[in-house]
Design a protein around this ligand. Structure first.
Ligand SMILES: [Zn+2]
Length: 333
């Protein structure tokens, strides 16, 4: 009975966080996103009733004074707009030099133009959440799945902290975990290629290498509608023939947790905490519950230190690096 109650609570919490996540993109949008984060323009849209929360600011976020009779709208704990007594709204900028629109007791100065939105080129929207380009970003990667019992736990934890991961998957497992793999895509994680049968490609000829890559891309596309754009070599094993026949950027890693060998959550945590820095790519595996447990421990701690968890493609995008087919990458800075 108690267990059922806990499950119900968990389900309610998950559905709440999912609905918040899903409602977010409807409230605001980037225009000219293809021009890149620096050129994109933030468009404030009318906030639908009930979608944004009106709540007291956490102490750490109280960088501004709220005049009486005004209310502040928060998204993901960040104040985004100020509602005036007459119902009009103004965007809030958190840059230190930007003062509040009015101070209580002083006559208000109307804004120069009614339509000018507050722009902070350092805040970008990707994967259904906001990222701050000034804060460190790392790419957590999980190989050898999909495997729903572990992968769903990893996503549960990451999504609580606005994190996204990259899953390098073995093609012949994908149909068995179609629900989990669809969740990856719908929640902003990256689905990526780890061959069709986890073959060491340095032992294969060119045609077999190409077939391993293509079959995996096809099954992921068939299940999710998304064709992977990144490849990870099983075992990291490569040679010249491999590098000439992948046809996608080859993503290796610079932080190896060795989670597959130790199957020990604390050792996996120790490989990450205090070690990772901006631009790192962390290698883990989706097959072990110890890896999910480690993720549940280090993600909140790294988030508190300001780290943001991004997909490999996001890391490349926001570091301004175009990834090239058949090139090998260990980190992206
Ligand atoms: Zn592997």
């Amino acid at each position: 009975m108690k267990k059922h109650l806990n499950l119900l609570k968990k389900a309610a919490a998950l559905s709440l966080s999912l609905s918040l996540l899903l409602s977010f993109p409807a409230m605001a949008a980037w225009e000219n996103e293809h021009l890149g984060p620096g050129a994109a323009q933030w468009i404030e849209e009318q906030t639908p009733e009930g979608n944004a929360s009106h709540q007291p600011a956490p102490d750490a976020e109280s960088h501004f004074d709220v005049p009486e009779d005004h209310s502040v709208t928060y998204i993901d704990g960040q104040p985004v707009s100020l509602t005036n007594p007459d119902g009009t709204t103004e965007a809030i900028s958190l840059t230190p030099q930007a003062p509040p629109a009015e101070t209580a007791g002083e006559p208000s100065t109307p804004p120069a133009t009614e339509t000018a939105p507050a722009e902070d080129p350092n805040i970008v929207t990707s994967g259904g959440r906001q990222l701050d380009l000034r804060k460190p970003m790392i790419a957590l990667t999980y190989d050898d799945g999909p495997y729903a019992p572990v992968g769903n736990k990893i996503m549960d934890v990451l999504e609580q902290f606005n994190g996204r991961a990259t899953f390098f998957m073995v093609g012949d497992r994908v149909r068995n975990y179609a629900t989990e793999v669809k969740r990856m895509v719908s929640n902003g994680h990256e689905v990526a290629n780890h061959t069709y049968n986890h073959k060491y490609l340095n032992k294969l000829d060119a045609a077999s290498i190409r077939s391993q890559v293509e079959q995996c891309n096809q099954v992921i596309q068939e299940v999710t509608g998304v064709r992977p754009s990144l490849m990870r070599l099983p075992g990291g094993n490569q040679n010249a023939t491999v590098r000439q026949n992948i046809g996608m950027p080859i993503i290796l890693w610079n932080i190896d947790t060795r989670d597959w060998a130790t199957k020990n959550a604390q050792k996996t945590i120790d490989a990450v905490l205090g070690k990772v820095k901006d631009g790192d790519i962390v290698l883990m595996h989706e097959l072990y519950s110890s890896t999910a447990d480690a993720t549940a421990t280090f993600v909140p701690q790294l988030a508190a230190q300001g780290f943001q968890f991004v997909t490999v493609s996001e890391l490349a995008q926001f570091k301004g690096k175009a990834l090239t087919a058949n090139q090998v990458y260990y980190s992206i800075r």
